[in-house]
Design a binder for this molecule. Structure first.
Ligand SMILES: [Zn+2]
Length: 183
């Protein structure tokens, strides 16, 4: 395990994760999930890398672990954000990144104010491929080429031009993962 981890960092891993808590599926006992989450947060702290965090039906516990982790605010990414107001408020208060997927294009997505409330410098988008292909590709195998549909929704909720939303989320992505601007 440790050797594989070293290999990953040597190969240029730019983040740790995804990790987190899933009390919806409960695929592992909650105490074990929490231990693993804390251990991976510690790796991110040690490496100075961002931690990509999955959270489902575990808002308070997720925020607790993150607050106790010693991770700086700009090293936390709440990925594929689908939680409720409690975790969003924690993210806004702490200054964590919040990343939205194709989920926000679905008809049943009711919390459209969430992508609007995240501060511009903390806003990210992602595919969560192969899952959650955005409308109108919903139901297909998701891929990066579909990301503009998610971007369009973000732009719409924030009243931004598509190009402005693209520049913003791109700049945030490059910054949080420490990637050089190849444009
Ligand atoms: Zn996830």
């Amino acid at each position: 395990m440790r050797a594989r981890l070293e290999e990953a960092f040597e190969a240029g891993a730019v983040a740790v994760g995804e990790t987190g808590l899933d009390f919806h599926y409960d695929n592992a006992p909650r105490s074990r999930q929490r231990e693993a989450f804390e251990a991976q947060a510690e790796i991110a702290v040690r490496r100075g890398l961002p931690l990509i965090v999955h959270s489902r039906a575990a808002e308070r516990e997720t925020a607790d672990v993150l607050r106790g982790s010693g991770l700086p605010a700009d090293r936390v990414i709440l990925h594929c954000f689908s939680a409720g107001p409690e975790l969003l408020e924690a993210a806004l208060h702490e200054g964590w990144y919040v990343s939205f997927s194709g989920l926000i294009t679905f008809r049943g997505y009711t919390t459209v104010e969430f992508p609007r409330r995240v501060p511009p410098e903390r806003l990210l988008i992602e595919t969560d491929a192969p899952y959650l292909a955005p409308v109108p590709m919903r139901g297909r195998r998701n891929e990066p080429a579909f990301l503009p549909a998610t971007l369009a929704r973000v732009a719409e909720t924030r009243g931004l031009e598509l190009a402005a939303a693209a520049l913003l989320t791109r700049a945030n992505t490059l910054r949080v993962y420490g990637l050089a601007d190849a444009a």
